[in-house]
Design a protein around this ligand. Structure first.
Ligand SMILES: Cc1cc2nc3c(=O)[nH]c(=O)nc-3n(C[C@H](O)[C@H](O)[C@H](O)COP(=O)(O)O)c2cc1C
Length: 380
């Protein structure tokens, strides 16, 4: 066992993380939109996917590798882009990306990262993908894409599911502003998490460093309002065509839930999609990724690389996603919990936990290859 048996699951890492992250940052990480129905649906629907085991096979050796865009990764699970990563735990983005490189799993860096995109490309040259929120200004967009190219990223992920900044009540109540608005309430929350304060003082107060060249980050106030003013309110087909002409490598569209939109993405030249409801953070009535995957016609799966995220917490979930037709899946919160809860070795432990759970699940199901897992294992 390559992980601490006293912290045997992502759920246990989350329990530890909740004791170490200040409340305003924890609620930003864990919160959903509205009544948080979509947030709960993500987990409930994954839990309701029942897989039927087959026996009478030797499953001593299991191959967990996963091919994506001509490259082989060790596992079919990667790290989702999470904006303001270092606010949850200082240096989270550096530790996560370099551990992803070491353990050969995909790592997607957010446009809204707190570490420069160029630094992450140096730390994780083989496994880093870049997630683009599309700026309204086409010149800024082009400049950003050029930087991504020059830094050496091979895969570009366009997120399309934020046509408007979210109204998340927990964030509003906490007054999540950048730079931090040090109200007495915020100071009390911070004072209760001395380790976070200490590390933040060493690392520096998080800010949207990738945007330094385009906006004065001191001017960024409420996150949702900033997103709406700087980025496109709805990424149009025309804009995706423009990005396609600027980006020669694999292009992925993240945040699609409807089969017609996936068809359109293929027509626009995308090489893959990430089915996602943005972790239940944008539209409370949106289907879970599981519901969306179950509705996709079989022929669509043959035409493009379908991936998913939102709610993945265990190796069993990774196998469930594969059985639902996702070639790979991603998680945002799982990996943030790992670093915040356990420290710098947490990322490695989280990946080992997921690897162990994936292997045991496949063995229990009578499947000795992750890539051979498919819908024939679904119980109904
Ligand atoms: C705190 C937080 C910040 C996020 N920031 C981004 C982002 O900057 N770009 C993006 O495409 N998605 C972002 N997402 C969505 C994630 O990429 C991903 O879809 C989601 O976290 C997956 O669900 P999970 O956290 O339940 O695993 C964010 C999610 C969270 C929780």
């Amino acid at each position: 066992m390559k992980y601490n048996p006293k912290v045997p699951s992502i759920k246990d890492m989350a329990l530890l993380a909740r004791k170490r992250i200040p409340r305003f940052a924890l609620e930003y990480l864990e919160g959903g939109i509205g009544e948080e129905l979509g947030l709960r649906r993500n987990r409930d629907d994954l839990n309701n996917i029942i897989l039927c085991p087959r026996y009478l096979e030797n499953v001593e050796a299991v191959d967990t590798t996963c091919e994506l865009f001509g490259r082989s990764y060790d596992l079919g699970v990667g790290v989702s882009p999470v904006g303001l990563g270092d606010m949850m735990w200082p240096r989270a983005e550096q530790v996560l990306s370099s551990t992803a490189q070491e353990m050969n799993i995909p790592y997607i860096l957010s446009t809204m990262s707190t570490t420069p995109l160029e630094d992450i490309a140096r730390m994780a040259p083989d496994v880093s993908w870049f997630q683009l929120y599309v700026p309204k200004d086409p010149d800024i967009m082009q400049d950003l894409i050029n930087r991504v190219k020059n830094a050496g990223y091979k895969i570009l992920v366009i997120t399309v599911d934020i046509p408007v900044g979210a109204k998340r009540d927990r964030e509003l109540k906490n007054g999540l502003n950048l730079p931090f608005n040090l109200t007495p309430a915020l100071l009390i929350q911070i004072a209760m998490r001395p380790r976070w304060v200490f590390e933040t003082l060493i690392n520096g107060v998080p800010r949207f460093v990738n945007l330094d060249a385009y906006v004065n980050s001191a001017d960024i106030r409420h996150l949702g309002e900033f997103l709406t003013s700087f980025f496109m309110c709805g990424v149009t087909r025309e804009r995706i065509r423009m990005i396609r002409s600027l980006w020669q490598g694999p292009l992925v569209i993240k945040g699609l839930l409807h089969a017609d939109d996936i068809e359109a993405a293929i027509e626009l030249g995308a090489d893959g999609v990430i089915v996602s409801n943005h972790a239940g953070r944008q539209l409370d009535a949106a289907p879970s990724s599981v519901q969306a995957l179950l509705k996709l016609p079989e022929q669509l799966r043959q035409k493009t690389t379908i991936m998913m995220d939102s709610g993945i917490r265990t190796g069993l979930d990774v196998v469930r996603a594969r059985a639902l037709g996702a070639q790979a899946c991603f998680s945002g919160r799982s990996f943030m919990y790992s670093i915040a809860g356990v420290g710098k070795d947490g990322a490695r432990q989280a990946i080992e936990i997921l690897r162990d759970e994936i292997i045991r699940t496949l063995q229990q199901l009578g499947c000795n290859q992750y890539q051979a897992m498919d819908s024939t294992w679904l119980a109904d």
